[in-house]
Design a protein around this ligand. Sequence first.
Ligand SMILES: [Zn+2]
Length: 192
Amino acid sequence: MHRLIAISLATLCACLPGSSLPALAQDGAHQVAPPPSCVNNKGVTVSFESVEAGRQGLAAGMARRDGEGRPVVMRANYAAAPEAFQKFIDRHECAHHQTGDVDMPHPPRNGPEHLMNEAVADCIAMLRLRDEEGFGQEGLKQVSEALAADMKGIGFPEISVSSRLRNIESCFSRDGTAAQLIAARLKERGLQ
Ligand SMILES: [Zn+2]
């Protein structure tokens, strides 16, 4: 069995614990998906790096700039997550670079602005999975189930889980593309 970390705890949320693990969790070893293409809002290519850090057995991602200012997505313990969920994490983290979240002051944790950033990143991820990876209802189900199991395991209240899943589902069936959503978000922020 595998345990996954909720995306809302990842990324910007800077929640990879400081302690590092000696190795990836051995249980539930999945194939690790190749990273997607990702370019930030300034036209710089984002690189994906695997790190052996994070809670034991929990897959997590984090979007940030490295010591030299290069945009990166850190991937932790990906082998612990089903491939569909790994792909979701990658695109969610990429979205934080695409929308400019990474370079903006971090909003108060779990405040409305933070939750909006997370909802938009989830939405962009789902549109990319639908339009670029050919995800259908089965893929949506896999992502939703992994996310729900994960969030519940960490102790999120039911209402947080269900509202996040509703957002993901409605994004999956919405008109328009990820690129359009990103453009709208950047415009709203005066970044485009
Ligand atoms: Zn996020």
